[in-house]
Design a binder for this molecule. Structure first.
Ligand SMILES: N[C@@H](CCC(=O)N[C@@H](CS)C(=O)NCC(=O)O)C(=O)O
Ligand SMILES: *[C@@H]1O[C@H](CO)[C@@H](O)[C@H](O)[C@H]1NC(C)=O
Length: 243
């Protein structure tokens, strides 16, 4: 009986290690980039399938329930979607420190990610998309007020939630990458290292990760994408929510 249990535990642990993983990715998508970074950090073997979102292949709706990337298929059977869900699954199945073990640390990590989605990203996007010069400094200040929340997270450790990298850092990376490029190009705005000392040190650290360098978008592509957002007066609607 004990042997059987042990066997079950061991095989369960190995399920993902030996599973055939197919990652449906798309180069410009920040959510897919989260999963790309996570796979790289974990060193998990997988097949990368690039989806052209402007010209989605018809079979893709059979794979991805909402027709979105990222999407992960496991042994050509189970399908997972939603970047944060996929990344937790990957980190947990590898028993990686990317996912904190204590329930409290896990909860705090999820709150840190929620802050990006509900507070920082909207503040960034409102500032970025504004075309009324008179409102610019007020919106820049509102963005920096939100950024203080990140400075606060980094108060007692190098990474957002601990002294080592977690899924929160990964969730933020693609968005900081785009934020920094878009604000510099369209707003001539840089994050002030005097006011945001910890944020700036953290950015240096994450932007130097091999996983980031491997998965990051080209700067010109970011500018092209964000020019499009500006031109079409794209309305930010909680980018991380699936409708
Ligand atoms: N909440 C989702 C968002 C995923 C998402 O919005 N992906 C976009 C590209 S950035 C997509 O696949 N859009 C295609 C579509 O909606 O048709 C996640 O975190 O994975
Ligand atoms: C951009 O900002 C810098 C420093 O804040 C300023 O010196 C420079 O004149 C600005 N450039 C433009 C094109 O507004």
């Amino acid at each position: 009986m004990l042997f059987l249990l042990l066997f079950m535990v061991l095989t369960n642990m190995n399920t993902i290690v030996n599973a055939k993983l197919t990652f449906y990715n798309s180069p410009a998508c920040p959510y897919a980039e989260r999963t790309a970074i996570c796979l790289h950090e974990l060193g998990v073997d997988h097949t990368d399938v690039k989806i052209d979102l402007r010209n989605k292949p018809s079979w893709f709706t059979n794979v991805s329930p909402k027709g979105k990337v990222p999407c992960l298929s496991i042994d050509d059977g189970e399908i997972l979607y939603e970047s944060l869900v996929i990344n937790e699954f990957l980190a947990e199945s590898q028993s990686s420190s990317l996912l904190p073990t204590s329930p409290l640390d896990k909860a705090k990590m999820r709150l840190a990610i929620d802050f990006l989605d509900t507070t920082l990203n909207p503040a960034f996007f409102t500032f970025f998309a504004n075309k009324d010069d008179e409102k610019d400094s007020e919106l820049a200040e509102a963005f920096m007020k939100a950024l203080e929340g990140v400075e606060e997270l980094l108060k007692s450790h190098t990474f957002l939630c601990s002294s080592t990298m977690t899924l929160a850092d990964i969730a933020y990376m693609p968005f900081f990458e785009r934020m920094v490029v878009a604000l510099s190009h369209f707003k001539n705005f840089t994050i002030d290292p005097a006011r945001f000392e910890r944020v700036c040190a953290w950015m240096t650290c994450i932007f130097n990760r091999p996983s980031f360098k491997e998965c990051a978008m080209e700067k010109e592509k970011i500018i092209e994408t964000y020019s499009m957002f500006r031109d079409m007066d794209y309305k930010f609607g909680g980018l991380n929510r699936n409708k």
